[in-house]
Ligand binder design. Structure first.
Ligand code: FBP
Length: 283
């Protein structure tokens, strides 16, 4: 892969150390909302500012966008790649000291970009240890991040075929009848419920054990909660590169092209068998 992409993930890895180190002092809510109308934590703003400054300074990066800011920020100099971030995914978990993450998508088209323009993707998981998964060139690599150090933990990460865990967001009474019957169906397969309120942490369980994660369409909110460009696209790219599948309920998230930068979408990612059953159940 080109050095420019390697440099993006080197920068994300070193920035993750600074983000993790800053969390304890930034648990309070800032007096601002993000473009999706959600309250911002001081940690959201801090992570976003660090990533914007450091990624835009890279030669290969032409622009930066994130869930935390309205528009796309252009670099001073043109660059081949355009980076979309969720700087602190699951930040509502900070007050309860549960897992959170940073999600990164690298596109070779200007933002908002179609899923087909993703050339690399990845996420950092702030768990008991800090890890980073990177999908590029048809393979997923898991790294251990320890301060400024980055070492390979697992090469060619592959999602297990036999599903074990499942987790879906939203309130059950708000689910559609079709989706609820799908969940009843897979619960009969004796899967274990794992839902922790941070997509990156829940998705990492799915990649590790096999299963499915989703934030579904809701009766009153058919588009669901998660953002296509900042969450759906990069996580789908990681999962599909690891041999899994993704869907918005009818097609791969990588075949979905956002009209707007902050467009929301139902998100389902995981073992191919469970995603296929979902699309059948919703058809
Ligand atoms: P952000 O924190 O980046 O806005 O991410 C949204 C998110 O926290 C996901 O990480 C998670 O899957 C979902 O929302 C949890 O939603 P809810 O609190 O409704 O269960």
């Amino acid at each position: 892969m080109t050095d420019a992409i390697e440099t993006v993930f080197e920068t994300v890895a070193t920035t993750a150390a600074d983000v993790r180190g800053a969390l304890a002092e930034r648990r309070a809510y800032a007096d601002a909302e993000n473009p999706s109308g959600e309250q911002q934590l001081a940690a959201d703003v801090y992570a976003d500012e660090l990533l914007e400054e450091r990624l835009l300074a890279l030669d290969g990066v032409g622009s930066y966008a994130s869930e935390e800011r309205d528009g796309v920020v252009e670099a001073d100099d043109a660059g081949q790649y355009h980076v979309a971030c969720d700087p602190l995914d699951g930040s509502s978990n900070l007050q309860s000291n549960n897992g959170m993450g940073t999600i990164v998508g690298v596109f070779d088209e200007s933002l908002p970009a179609p899923g087909s323009a993703l050339v690399a993707s990845g996420f950092v998981l702030y768990g008991p240890i800090t890890t980073m998964l990177v999908a590029r060139g048809g393979t997923v690599t898991e790294y251990l991040l320890d301060g400024e150090e980055r070492s390979v933990l697992t090469e060619d990460v592959a999602i297990p075929d036999d599903p074990v865990v499942y987790g879906f967001g939203g309130r059950i009474p708000d689910w559609t009848d079709q989706f609820r019957s799908y969940v009843d169906d897979i619960e009969a397969d004796r899967l274990k419920l794992r839902y922790g309120g941070a997509m990156v942490a829940d998705v990492n369980q799915v990649i590790t054990y096999g299963g499915i994660f989703g934030y579904p369409m809701l009766e009153e909110r058919p588009e669901g909660k998660l953002r296509l460009q900042f969450e759906g696209h990069p996580i789908a790219h990681v999962i599909e590169t690891a041999g899994g599948a993704s869907s918005n309920g009818t097609q791969s998230l990588l075949d979905c092209d956002p009209d707007g930068l902050h467009e929301r979408t139902p998100v389902f990612v995981g073992s191919e068998s469970l995603v296929d059953r979902l699309e059948s159940a919703l058809s």
